[in-house]
Design a protein around this ligand. Structure first.
Ligand SMILES: C[S@@+](CC[C@H](N)C(=O)[O-])C[C@H]1O[C@@H](n2cnc3c(N)ncnc32)[C@H](O)[C@@H]1O
Length: 512
């Protein structure tokens, strides 16, 4: 079509294309080339090398990007729908493992996006989603115009250990609402095999239980008297659960010999924290809020640690920087699987970056547990390992300024240098919440985020699971347990092995 001059737009344009509205769908990259929305069939950044003779962009520094595609091919991309962190292009094994294999270079599309930032030129954003009804098995949806934020460019070591360029883009205001959410399954949003496997032995009462417990704690006896029949029923179920092998709790219990540090000083904001420059909690997160307020708060990107507002902050409970403290927002269902025992799925769609649940249990000292290898419900708090990239851990994006004085007061500096073992863990074997039923996957849809909201001691950070992708309803929720193979030793002193049944194409075949 290009050769025969049969494409609609031969030249490249910046901004919206006439007739192509937000939500417009294309069933292959070729269709986008034909209408001129994104003119490069194989590249992700469509850029213009030099200005046309008559162009409003005469005098601008070129190259400039006109359109970008985001379709799950780059392991370092991240973001929700209004703000995205986009990874530059190149040096990537797209046909093979889809991993970066060399440092990216600042030229072509990468340089173009940098120039867009400098000169505030908007770029069209198109997202690719998986779609079984499409002849190419993909659908590309036009999401509108975005601009690279003023502070939105940097380079870093990507997930595969090579330099990648990063661009933080924000959607321009005043455009039509995004349409893609809830309508299609996203590239990594496969409905799990387990859904078809088992109709399920269901108990989707955990959200209600969670709320119920919150109510009981927060309200007075007067309120309790008003409990209606359905809550009463839940109460009966709660009692029944208490007889079961574990007791349902909705916040951490602390073992007697663990002392929680005093609450950290808070910010001076009122109501909701809105100004990152004046909010001291935002400063701890590298100068910005870690959440965007859409959908009740979504984490913008995985971080080493997130500092939320806490008890000494001036803001109220509705502050966006308390997103993980709101309790369960989605209806979660515990159901039985053939090979992994109990599992959890959501009856609701979960948008990427949304908090799903906190891992709750008894906060204990690790060395006290008699036999960790026999306890399936231990979560070791190893935030420090992520922060330091210890034990093969991948560092997270984003700057945080951990008040080292707090930590070093508590931990011997030599211990830190010698790659310490996690000191504390959350034991959900006898007390826990729905998180204890979430299984491992080698290609998970949740990720673990350490959060500090009252004190600032990373050894005792809260563990919260967030959606790594848009998660369709009924898909099993999973996170990566992150065991090193052969790292678990049984009571007989021999290495233990556990086969993995996550069923994904990325499966490493063993949990440990
Ligand atoms: C925290 S529990 C998860 C809930 C558990 N399935 C249950 O029935 O209570 C962790 C245990 O679940 C099982 N499990 C989790 N993910 C698995 C996987 N991908 N393959 C096989 N077993 C898994 C293993 O026995 C593991 O020790």
């Amino acid at each position: 079509m290009l050769n025969k001059n049969e494409v609609l737009c031969h030249e490249r344009y910046f901004g919206d294309l006439p007739g192509i509205e937000v939500g417009h769908r294309f069933y292959s990259r070729a269709e986008m080339v034909a209408v001129g929305l994104h003119k490069l069939l194989l590249k992700r950044i469509d850029y213009i090398g030099k200005p046309y003779v008559k162009s409003e962009y005469n005098g601008y520094t070129f190259p400039l990007a006109a359109a970008i595609v985001m379709s799950g091919q780059y392991e370092d991309d991240f973001g929700n729908r209004e703000e995205i962190v986009y990874t530059g292009e190149g040096e990537k094994d797209i046909p093979g493992k889809k991993r970066q294999f060399r440092d990216q270079v600042m030229r072509c599309g990468n340089l173009a996006l940098k120039n867009n930032k400098k000169q505030s030129v908007p770029v069209r954003v198109i997202r690719g989603h998986k779609c079984d009804d499409s002849y190419s098995k993909k659908v590309y949806i036009y999401d509108g115009l975005y601009k690279v934020k003023v502070t939105g460019y940097w380079d870093e070591k990507g997930v595969s250990g090579f330099k990648v360029f990063k661009y933080r883009l924000k959607r321009l205001r005043g455009q039509d609402n995004l349409t893609s959410q809830n309508q299609v399954h996203f590239v990594r949003g496969k409905v799990s095999r387990v859904q078809q496997e088992l109709p399920g032995y269901e108990c989707h009462i955990y959200m209600l239980l969670d709320r119920f417990l919150r109510c009981l704690c927060a309200r007075t006896y007067q309120m309790v008297k008003k409990i209606n029949a359905s809550l009463f029923l839940i109460f009966i179920i709660l009692l029944w659960l208490q007889q079961a092998s574990f007791k349902y709790i909705n916040s951490i219990k602390v073992a007697k010999n663990v002392s929680i540090p005093p609450d950290a000083p808070g910010c001076n904001c009122r109501g909701k924290c809105t100004n990152p420059r004046s909010c001291s909690c935002a400063q701890l997160n590298g100068g910005d809020f870690p959440y965007v307020s859409r959908d009740g708060g979504r984490l913008f990107e995985a971080k080493d640690v997130v500092f939320e507002c806490g008890p000494n902050c001036g803001c109220g409970p509705e502050c966006v920087n308390r997103t993980s403290q709101q309790g369960l927002k989605y209806q979660l269902e515990v159901y039985r699987t053939k090979e992994k025992g109990w599992a959890v799925r959501s009856l609701d769609f979960i948008p990427s970056g949304a908090p799903v649940c906190e891992y709750v249990g008894i906060l204990r000292k690790n060395d006290e547990l008699e036999d960790i290898s026999e306890n399936d419900y231990i979560f070791e708090i190893d935030c420090w390992h992520t922060m330091k990239g210890i034990g093969g851990r991948e560092r997270r994006l984003g700057d945080v300024s951990l008040p080292m004085s707090n930590l070093v007061d508590e931990v011997d500096e030599r211990t830190l240098e010698s790659e310490p073992e996690p000191e504390f863990c959350i034991d959900a074997s006898s007390f826990g919440n729905v998180a204890r039923f979430i299984n491992h996957s080698c290609d998970p849809n949740l990720f673990v985020q350490c959060i500090l909201s009252s004190h600032h001691d990373v050894r005792l950070a809260r563990i919260v699971l967030f959606a790594a992708d848009d998660i369709p309803r009924m898909q099993e929720l999973t996170y990566d347990y992150n065991y090193a193979i052969d790292s678990v030793i049984g009571p007989d002193g021999k290495t233990k092995q556990l086969p993995c049944f996550c069923g994904t194409s990325e499966c490493r075949k063993r949990l440990y």
